[in-house]
Design a protein around this ligand. Structure first.
Ligand SMILES: NC(=O)c1ccc[n+]([C@@H]2O[C@H](COP(=O)([O-])OP(=O)(O)OC[C@H]3O[C@@H](n4cnc5c(N)ncnc54)[C@H](OP(=O)(O)O)[C@@H]3O)[C@@H](O)[C@H]2O)c1
Length: 316
């Protein structure tokens, strides 16, 4: 699979990375309903067999569960993929999510993630959210100390604005940014894309299929059957009035994908990857079969007229 260099680092990431949020399961505030760990492990092995060389997770996905499953799936592997995880979202005994990035907390989280993942160094460690605002600098200093201590190879951030990137760059420029980017959430193109291009910050774009919506397999019937502890019930894009707008968009995209002989999922991922500044798209998969479909997007290049047609629909 094609690779792109992540910012100024020496990491060459495949243009598709595997995301493991859904593999955290349903038993927490931002869960995805029940998830079978064996299916998650099969998806991870399928990703590696398909040529994907990096995997994204986070401590908070399933409150440690996603990292544990990933650690189990990779245990004993001679050549492990590049592993990216995140900090700054913790949880208490009642499973409430806490926003914290004090120095002690970031360091403690890194140790916990290393244990759950059963590795000695985290290849890419990312601050999950720029919160709380007053701890942004303290958290970023801790991240850079982790690099000096050899616990982490590169550090990046997620969900930061251009001005927040500017703030932490006064301490040290981040290797990467992990923003949301899809046809349903294209805001990244406005400030962040030119900022990352100008400053050589790597971009790993998340939810390129908008949590499965852009695969065309989400319907009103499927929404009605979605497990009650699937957080998509609380996402406005999966609820009216936006659901109807999104399903209308998908019906406009369907003939475009058909003409190209690709699926809607592949069209969505290829659309996000059309910018050279986007190093890789992080694609979620709950089982090996889903990944077999989406991984094929790595070799799709969309003709300019197709991109223009899609963008005209998005403007509407
Ligand atoms: N930094 C952050 O704040 C942040 C936020 C979000 C995501 N992320 C990262 O980005 C990754 C990807 O994002 P995402 O998981 O939100 O969204 P995504 O990649 O846009 O969608 C993944 C979901 O789509 C469905 N799907 C995948 N392949 C499919 C196929 N071939 N056919 C039908 N459905 C398919 C699956 O859910 P169903 O089968 O249940 O429909 C899957 O969980 C995450 O796992 C995580 O690593 C990071």
């Amino acid at each position: 699979m094609k690779t792109r260099k992540l910012g100024d680092s020496d990491l060459h990431l495949t243009v598709i990375g595997l995301g493991t949020w859904a593999q955290g399961g349903g038993d927490w505030k931002f869960g995805w309903g029940p998830q079978d760990d064996q299916q998650s492990i099969a998806a991870i092995h399928q990703a590696i067999d398909s040529g994907i060389n990096w995997i994204d997770t986070a401590a908070v996905y399933g409150l440690g569960h996603s990292e544990e499953v990933l650690g189990k799936a990779l245990k004993g592997m001679a050549q492990k993929p590049i592993i990216a995880t995140k900090c700054a979202r913790r949880w208490d005994d009642q499973r409430n999510i806490l926003k914290i990035q004090t120095k002690d907390s970031v360091k403690e989280e890194a140790e916990n993630s290393l244990k759950r993942l059963q590795i000695e160094t985290i290849d890419l460690y990312q601050v999950h959210w720029p919160e709380p605002d007053e701890q942004i600098e303290e958290g970023w200093e801790a991240m850079n100390e982790l690099v000096q201590e050899g616990k982490v190879r590169y550090v990046g951030v997620s969900n930061y604005s251009a001005s927040q990137l500017e703030r932490i760059s006064q301490i040290k420029k981040p290797t990467s940014l992990q923003p949301p980017y899809s046809m349903i959430k294209p805001d990244f193109e406005q400030d962040l894309l030119p900022y990352c291009q100008q400053h050589h910050i790597g971009v790993v774009a998340y939810s390129p299929m908008y949590k499965g919506l852009l695969t065309g397999k989400i319907t009103r019937e499927r929404m009605a059957k979605l497990a009650l502890n699937d957080h998509r019930h609380n996402d406005p894009n999966f609820n009216e009035p936006k659901l109807t707008q999104n399903l209308d968009l998908i019906e406009k995209l369907r003939p475009i994908a058909d003409d190209l002989g690709i699926t809607l999922a592949q069209l969505s991922i290829a659309w996000a990857l059309r910018w050279p500044t986007v190093t890789s798209a992080i694609v979620g998969a709950r089982n090996a079969k889903q990944l077999q479909e989406t991984v094929a997007a790595s070799s799709v290049e969309l003709p300019t007229n197709v991109v223009e047609e899609i963008n005209a629909y998005l403007e509407e």
